[in-house]
Design a protein around this ligand. Structure first.
Ligand code: ATP
Ligand code: MG
Length: 345
């Protein structure tokens, strides 16, 4: 009994302390001005825990606020109860409760849209590939998924001379030569363009997950202005490593964690995340398209936008938007050319 009472008192003390440190609001702009609150201001976080958290990529309150219990327990070695308190305190201090639709609309004004170089494709995507979201392209081999990844890199770098992009390459298909062609097509300095692309070859699914987690430190430690993260391909390692029905649950769990990391990167840093995905044959499908994307619901639900790419007539490609929160489903046709995409009516 006494213990429980003590616990309540401690919790109240923590709440009081946090309240005295909660951020001040600038009423006119409604922008939250954070007083410099650090990890060590969280309940249960001393110097050692803060160090562990930082080493695991939790550098500010926001990263803790959007973490899951499991992540904190695993990385900081705290108990679940402490992790819950840390998360709640971080969320409180960030005012992560309800907000009005107007606030959300205002936030959405910070969303950038990156061009694919094809007007029709951009229109299909409501202006381009969005930041703060994951866009997934799936389709058979040679359908153009990697080409779009390369093109996006160049267009993002063209859009902002200080921008950097991250390319996580799992199939060894990143080609600087192709970047050179697209950069020339976009009138960009080739060397500068290549210098602003950070490529990492992922050798297995664990490595791929680790690389995605490293993106945050690239931003925090090296101060790189990362605007785009490409994962090409998202699923190839997972598909190759987890064979057979017995391993499916584990594969999906890991994929889910990976998608969670990517979506966190997209949301907390307003980054455009582009992932490619393969398809497999559906042997029991007699009508319609006999293919389906790998990764099932885990990948489908975590992706904000989903595009199905397929080969059309005479070397053309067809992109079909099939799942978007605020756009109508539709289809466009284009051709991959040396310098970029060309619309086909
Ligand atoms: N320099 C180029 N000029 C014109 N078209 C090109 C050029 N380079 C590649 N392509 C086109 O892009 C196609 C390859 O597309 P891409 O590599 O993006 O496929 P993918 O969907 O990534 O396939 P996979 O599933 O095998 O990774 C080629 O078949 C060709 O049609
Ligand atoms: Mg490819």
């Amino acid at each position: 009994m006494a213990d429980a009472k003590n616990k309540v008192i401690v919790e109240e003390l923590i709440q009081d302390e946090l309240k005295s440190k909660t951020p001040k609001y600038n009423e006119s702009s409604k922008v939250v001005k954070m007083e410099k609150l650090g990890l060590q201001d969280l309940p249960g976080v001393g110097a050692a825990t803060a160090e562990k958290l930082e080493a695991a990529g939790f550098r500010d309150l926001l990263s803790v606020a959007v973490a899951t219990l499991g992540e904190l327990v695993e990385t900081a070695g705290v108990t679940e109860a402490v992790a819950r308190k840390m998360i709640n305190a971080a969320r409180d201090s960030m005012k992560m409760g309800f907000e009005t639709g107007m606030d959300v609309l205002r936030k959405r004004e910070g969303v950038s849209k990156f061009s694919t170089g094809s007007e029709a494709f951009n229109a299909l995507m409501g202006g381009g590939f969005e930041t703060g979201a994951i866009t997934e392209c799936f389709g058979e081999f040679g359908s153009g998924k990697t080409q779009i990844g390369h093109l996006l890199c160049v267009n993002v770098l063209k859009d902002d001379p200080e921008a950097h992009v991250v390319y996580i390459d799992t199939e060894n298909t990143f080609r600087p030569e192709r970047i050179k062609q697209f950069a020339e097509g976009a009138d960009l300095d080739v060397e500068d363009t290549l210098n602003r692309i950070m490529v990492a070859r992922a050798f297995n699914s664990d490595h791929q997950m680790l690389l995605a987690e490293k993106v945050e430190s690239l931003i925090a430690e090296q101060g790189k202005k990362v605007r785009l993260v490409v994962v090409d391909s998202l699923t190839s390692h997972f598909r190759a490593e987890f064979i057979g029905r017995g391993t499916l649950a584990e594969r999906q769990q890991k994929l889910n964690r990976h998608m969670h990391t990517l979506s966190k990167i997209a949301n907390t840093n307003n980054i455009c995340v582009y992932v490619t995905n393969q398809v497999m044959a559906k042997p029991d499908q007699f009508f319609g398209d006999p293919t389906q994307a790998i990764g099932g619901h885990v990948v489908a639900h975590a992706s904000t936008f989903r595009i199905y790419l397929r080969k059309g007539k005479k070397g053309t490609r067809v992109a079909k938007l099939i799942d978007a929160p605020n756009l109508a489903d539709g289809e466009v046709c284009f051709e991959v050319q040396e310098g970029g995409l060309k619309d086909i009516n």
